[in-house]
Write a protein that binds this ligand. Structure first.
Ligand code: FES
Length: 106
């Protein structure tokens, strides 16, 4: 069963940015890009560094350490050296505009 956790308002997250969020001990990387919001594990599947310190690309997030880019919808690595997917979590935006609340389901 999914538990929704409010993580902030839309205006708290800039487009093109990633933020580390701790949800009851679960490290989450919350990304906002031009398409919307995405939540994935904040741990690269290659060497367990924080993905939220990486670079948000048009369709994913690129690990800062060795450059693997992960698909934000599937968690699959698009480029090496990572070979395993990272976990993906659902994101819900409720309300309108900058004051809408953003929640992550775990
Ligand atoms: S630690 Fe992320 S690609 Fe190596």
């Amino acid at each position: 069963m999914t538990t929704w956790n409010k993580v902030g308002k839309v205006s708290d997250f800039q487009i093109g940015s990633a933020k580390a969020i701790d949800l009851n001990g679960e490290p989450i990387c919350l990304v906002r890009n031009k398409q919307g919001f995405y939540a994935v594990s904040d741990e690269c599947s290659h060497a367990a560094v924080s993905l939220s310190e990486g670079t948000v690309t048009d369709e994913g997030i690129e690990c800062f350490l060795h450059g693997s880019e992960f698909n934000l919808q599937t968690g699959e690595p698009k480029t090496p050296p990572a070979t395993s997917a990272i976990e993906v979590f659902a994101v819900q935006v409720e309300g309108d505009g900058d004051d809408a609340s953003v929640s992550v389901g775990i």
